[in-house]
Design a binder for this molecule. Structure first.
Ligand code: ZN
Length: 434
């Protein structure tokens, strides 16, 4: 097993990395000014000339790019290359508005593949592995993105996509799958399906690693998944506008490495737009340093995270973002208090009787926000005694109140009654928005 995909780059001293970033940033600004009418106008409006950007520190002079910009210029108004230079499109689902279209040149696909090959190597996945990809293939970037990255490492890929779960579990045994990639919600669904088929991941399969993402999941959920399936579970991060899934944690499981020769990360105060000091919470902003078709300058990802430039125990010098527990868009404001679904998950998963599935329901009754959380009991803890149920509901409500600082109504529902998901799970019903 190899330790690094590209040791020279992955372990490069930080000063050298930053020098490369500075050079690439200056070139990028010239490139987009020349090739993208969108950016030329945005820079002109902000009074910025490409020659004003002379070093990495000048990045803060540049205007931000928002998801709205991609929607407003739908489908390809922000592209920097003509169609005959493109080799692929992906299209986001557009749950909250127009979809966004991302185009890739051949080099863009190669850079994306390299990013994931480095990531896979950092979790010890490679030539000797069989990776079952349970992310959707198609317009969504998850399936094909991981597919290319895994193949690049020499890993044998089983392009299972999502769904057909019983067959997936059968193939997992027959073909010796060692690595699974899918949403954490889908893996929970697989765990249940395997159980009812009488299959134990620990005893009946070679599964040893899970690469889970495309939705936020908590540290407590990681523990549950690792224990119940007997695997190491790693977080993967990316977003379709940047290419797709791009980065994972390394084996240390202490943050997600962002390849600094390809991407420039900033963490800013979402209200003022000013950078926050290293190690403080803020909104993630990423500039693509090598993309050709759709480069993005200071793209407001919207995730709340912490940036860490300290050298990792794995020996990689590239910065890490701490696991992302929520996107600003997912944040609920209940009675004036900010609530992330990830916080709720993290409280619930600490209570052993509570199962992995939950639903947050927010209503407004008589001008007052009411938050309810529906939970299931684990089969082990299952009880139909009224007292046990009431006690558990009380215990959960008080744990949630302790963390969220708001009163939450907890309702225990029958095991198996909350929706299961083969992709990204819906964990919130906000009736106030209807
Ligand atoms: Zn590391």
């Amino acid at each position: 097993m190899i330790e690094y995909w590209n040791p020279q780059i992955e372990r490069m001293p930080v000063e050298e990395l930053k020098e490369i970033q500075g050079e690439k940033l200056c070139n990028l600004v010239k490139y987009v000014y020349e090739h993208s009418p969108f950016y030329r106008k945005r820079f002109d409006d902000a009074g910025i000339r490409p020659e004003d950007i002379k070093s990495l520190d000048d990045v803060t002079k540049l205007p931000f790019t928002y998801k709205k910009d991609l929607r407003d210029t739908y489908p390809t108004g922000m592209f920097c290359v003509p169609n005959n230079k493109l080799v692929r499109f992906h299209v986001s689902s557009g749950t909250t508005g127009k979809p966004t279209v991302v185009g890739y040149t051949d080099n863009d696909i190669k850079a994306w593949t390299t990013s994931l090959a480095r990531a896979m190597t950092s979790i010890g996945v490679g030539r000797d592995d069989v990776m079952q990809i349970g992310y959707g293939y198609g317009l969504f970037t998850g399936g094909l993105g991981m597919h290319y990255g895994a193949e690049e490492t020499g890993c044998t890929v089983l392009p299972a996509s999502s769904g057909n779960t019983d067959r997936q579990i059968e193939l997992m045994q027959d073909l010796g799958t060692t690595v699974i990639g899918c949403t954490p919600s889908y893996f929970l669904f697989m765990i249940e399906a395997a159980k009812s088929a009488g299959v134990s991941f620990q005893d009946d399969t070679d599964l040893r690693v899970g690469v889970f993402g495309a939705e936020p999941w908590s540290e407590e959920m990681r523990k549950r998944i690792e224990e119940s399936a007997g695997i190491k579970a790693y977080d993967i991060f990316g977003t379709s506008e940047l290419s797709g899934p791009l980065f994972t944690e390394c084996r240390e499981q202490k943050g997600i490495h962002i390849w600094a020769d390809q991407f420039l990360v900033e963490v800013i105060d979402p209200d003022t737009g000013e950078p926050v000091p290293n190690g403080e919470r803020g909104e993630l902003v990423i500039t693509t340093l090598v993309k050709e078709a759709l480069p993005l300058i200071r793209y407001r990802i919207g995730d709340i995270t912490v940036l860490n430039w300290d050298e990792c125990e794995c020996g990689r010098t590239h910065p890490r973002i701490m696991r992302v527990l929520g996107r600003a868009d997912d944040m609920l404001i209940v009675r004036g208090i900010n609530v992330f679904p990830g916080q709720v998950e993290s409280v619930l998963m600490k209570i052993p009787e509570v199962g992995e599935h939950f639903m947050i329901i927010v209503d407004r009754i008589n001008e007052l926000d009411i938050m309810k959380v529906q939970i299931e009991m684990t089969d082990v803890a299952f009880s139909d005694k009224v007292n046990d149920i009431i006690n558990l509901e009380k215990k959960v409500a008080s744990a949630l109140k302790g963390v969220l600082n708001i009163a939450v109504k907890v309702e225990l529902v029958e095991h198996g009654s909350l929706p299961r998901s083969m992709g990204k799970a819906k964990k919130v019903i906000d009736n106030r928005k209807l």
